[in-house]
Design a protein around this ligand. Sequence first.
Ligand code: ZN
Length: 481
Amino acid sequence: MTDQEKAAKLAASTDMAPVQGTVDVDIPIETLWAGFVHANFWPRWNKCFFWAHNKDLVEGQHLIWTFQPIKPWLPYKMWAIANIVELLPQQKVTWEVTALPGMYARHTYHMEDLGNGRSRFGSWEQGMGWGFRPMRWFWLKHFTFVKDESLIGAKRLEDLYLKTGRLDPNDLPKKSYVRFWIIVVLLLALLAGAIGCGVFYCKYVQVSATELAPGVYAFLGGGGNSLLVESGGQSLLVDTKFGPGSAALHRWIVKHDAAPVSAIVNTHYHYDHTQGNSLYSGADKIAYADVPALMRRNDEDWWASHADGLPTDLVSGERLLKVGSVEVRVEHPTAAAHTFGDLWVYLPQQNIIATGDLVFHRYYPFMDQPEGGTSIPGMIGAARTLAREHPDAVFLPGHGPLATASDLLHYADFLQAMQDAAVAARAAGWSEEEAAKRNDLAKWGLSVLPSFHHKELIWATAANDARWAYVLAGETAHPAE
Ligand SMILES: [Zn+2]
């Protein structure tokens, strides 16, 4: 189709009547045209343009620019590209827009000599097509905005001409893009933040439930992993997470109509396994003997206002419990391991063991350092013992997905490598910083794990594990409670 045929088709279209207007200005036609042809100056005088690329108008070339939004507060800039199809100096320029599917539009700026140094400047625009019609309401507003701002712009040029005796758009204040780029950068930062928060939430905060055996559920994430054992009209909960994961776990229990939680076992004192305790006010709270003292010592503020969450049913040996018909054994390692007061929970009928933080599966572990409870040899011993005594058990680790006995042995190997590296670093006379920097634990390919405690975000990483192990290797004896 030739250009004339397309123009004729548009003229015959009933999709919209052209949006047009003119304004008369006290500028001689040759001066007006000479000032007008520099498209890159349009944003300086014509406020419908945010930016324009072309220095000159050339028939057959592309015109590239960006529109301002039809209302200043609307959060968009509209990119546009058009073909210049008609260029008659001191008369008119026309371009056609074909970049949008199903839409054809033409825009003409025209001018005519009125004599006596006066000119008429006009803007004309029309669109059509199946892609145009559903958005007709918008395009009419947009075309009107373009026409109005263009005519106001021509008067702006007239002001400039009358004031300076010439028409050099360089005399107009340069458009500043600083604000625009600040907003773009802020929006990108917000977007990155939102995506980051989403990833962080799904990875570390969200709680997911898995049924391991009839009436036995694992809850991964949202703090330390939890285990729910339900039988005979009562429930036992192992570890209660911390907010907001603790609330999500509590909601799940209520929503699924689980039997009331009559007992809680805390595998150790750490906040991410225990701060949800107060949500189960009526439950018997079981923990190792040292745990309430450790809780008060390390999280005084929290437990002062959540005293009903402190364990009162303390064990120092093995404890046998019954939840309905399910047998539950609460056991503890022979020595300090992850902390001074670790327990694990064993369901012999189902062969399921909730290890608490004696096992971090696929994550770099946190250690009870500088609180002083961790014994790396104790952790190695506990992981190996559990794996040896329960070769076919399903292990619910303190953090990470379900694990097997061979996963526990692999974890013990990691701990041993970490310990050996720390001892070697000390023997070589490295500083703590050097030990952290020169560690090669990254080759274990574990994932990093965040902890948000005492208003501080810290990460279990290869470097931090090397650092903590280095410090622990220098402690000859653990302070007794
Ligand atoms: Zn822990």
